[in-house]
Design a protein around this ligand. Structure first.
Ligand code: 2AL
Length: 177
């Protein structure tokens, strides 16, 4: 889909097509629909990013809380969104040894206990070893730093999900379909 086609969508279709670019948070794109027309792909991405940045701390934490754990309950029960399922598979989260599943569960629980929201990382940009390393390292950060870091990761996930839906041409403009 190209940016002109994105701009032509009704809000219902816009939310249907782009609603999960931020995991289980369709309100984000429902809010930015009124910022159309987007001149480029980057313009659309920037509008999403600005909406997230303008949220109060509780809203940013809420976005983080909409993310499923890596190698967690939703993966085991088959209730991940398609996007999350593909991302977790790309990072090998669906093929962990029983020992690594236990380690992830322990570290995820420790992180959540400390911060009150889940550990979020852009899974497509890391492998299993990198994810486990970050999870143990980030458990030691302060809370404000982790909200900021988690939101940075949400934006990376969002960029990749947007790229799968809207073509970015060589000039950085969107031009797909
Ligand atoms: C996820 C997810 O669902 N996709 C991804 O890249 N990261 N979840 C998470 N807790 O980091």
């Amino acid at each position: 889909m190209d940016i002109a086609s994105v701009n032509a969508l009704s809000y219902e279709d816009f939310v249907d097509v782009l609603g999960n670019v931020v995991e289980r948070c369709p309100i984000v794109v429902a809010a930015v629909w009124s910022r159309r027309p987007f001149v480029t792909f980057d313009d659309l991405e920037a509008a999403i990013s600005e909406f997230i940045d303008a949220l109060p701390l509780s809203g940013k934490e809420g976005i983080l809380r909409c993310h499923p754990d890596l190698a967690g309950r939703d993966l085991r029960s088959g209730t991940l969104t398609q996007e999350s399922s593909d991302e977790q598979a790309a990072a090998g989260m669906n093929a962990l040894s029983p020992g690594d599943v236990d380690l992830m569960a322990r570290l995820n629980a420790e992180y959540k206990q400390r911060f009150g929201f889940p550990f979020v990382v852009c899974a497509r940009m890391h492998d299993k070893a990198g994810i486990l390393r970050q999870l143990s390292e980030r458990c030691r950060n302060g809370r404000a730093a982790e909200v900021a870091r988690g939101i940075e990761e949400v934006k990376k996930i969002c960029r990749l999900r947007l790229e799968a839906l809207v073509r970015v041409n060589v000039q950085g403009d969107a031009a797909k379909l």
